[in-house]
Design a protein around this ligand. Structure first.
Ligand code: FE2
Ligand code: FE2
Length: 288
């Protein structure tokens, strides 16, 4: 099986994400709304940390606590701390996405978050659009589609929408929370900001259920009986390249989900509990 984008990890980030064709079988599956893709002085600190969680390592290196200024621009933050914008730009563009073989446990959470965030980009900007394009082309060029093939094409947009929404929820709510909680535990004097909900509740209600739904959908897409049927009845619909792409998506989603269930969710639960315990014990954390 050939990975669709073997260089998606362990590469230097240039501050620009190549945006591929968005999934267009269904307008709801659009990747629009996932925020900026380039470094900009006028972007908020929050947006920068969402774009590259690993950027927190730069602030830490310069003894800058970004949380009190999370809603201000990154340009102002640099100015406030007399940190040259050109230096920040250069350090930011030198950030390397961690590789999949990383031992995440002893490292600050931003390593794992940066890796998962990069995988999200690979799903949204490379893998999903590529399958969408292949399916659209099959639908367009096949005069008489087998019902099974038509069903696959019809089910696809809903799958893309649901995966896109799941990623959006993780990046809007879960990732920023974990990034901040982990920072608070390591530094001890920052505000964890418990507003907006509990990561434990999110994981129990949204996270685990969605991980399961995705695997189930992929299992149905790649059901051997269905695949064999399509290979015989509608070979023009399910050519080797499309099948390979679906298998690649299945493998990548499985390992992504496993990493979140085995490493990210336990980390979220552990950090939130530790901070809440500390609050009950009347600790030094500045709890809002
Ligand atoms: Fe994810
Ligand atoms: Fe997930």
């Amino acid at each position: 099986m050939v990975p669709l984008n073997a260089n998606a990890v362990s590469r230097k980030y240039t501050g620009h994400i190549p945006v591929g064709p968005a999934a267009s079988l269904d307008s709801e599956s659009s990747i629009a709304g996932f925020g900026m893709s380039t470094l900009d002085k006028d972007s908020t600190v929050k947006a920068i940390l969402k774009m590259r969680p690993l950027a927190l390592s730069i602030f830490e290196k310069h003894n800058i606590d970004p949380w009190p200024d999370i809603h201000t621009t990154v340009g102002s933050l640099c100015q406030k701390h007399k940190y040259l914008w050109s230096v920040f730009q250069s350090e930011f563009s030198g950030l390397v996405v961690p590789c999949s073989a990383t031992d995440w446990k002893p490292l600050p959470a931003y390593h794992l978050l940066d890796f998962l965030r990069e995988e999200h980009r690979e799903f949204l900007l490379v893998i999903l659009p590529s399958i969408t394009e292949a399916l659209e082309s099959a639908v367009r060029t096949s005069a008489r589609l087998h019902p099974q093939a038509r069903a696959l094409a019809q089910e696809w947009p809903a799958f893309v929408s649901s995966l896109t929404e799941h990623i959006r929820e993780e990046e809007i709510f879960l990732f920023p929370k974990i990034l901040r909680y982990d920072y608070c535990l390591r530094h001890g004097n920052a505000d964890p900001d418990f507003a907006g909900g509990s990561v434990n509740v999110f994981i129990a209600i949204r996270g685990l259920g969605n991980e399961h739904r995705q695997s189930e959908s992929i299992r149905i897409f790649l059901d051997p009986v269905r695949i064999d049927h399509l290979k015989t009845e509608s070979p023009e619909m399910l050519d080797a390249a499309l099948l390979e792409k679906l298998e690649c998506l299945g493998e990548k989603l499985k390992s992504h989900s496993r990493l979140e269930s085995d490493a990210l969710y336990p980390l979220a639960t552990k950090t939130e509990k530790a901070l809440l315990d500390a609050r009950i014990a009347g600790s030094r954390y500045k709890v809002s």
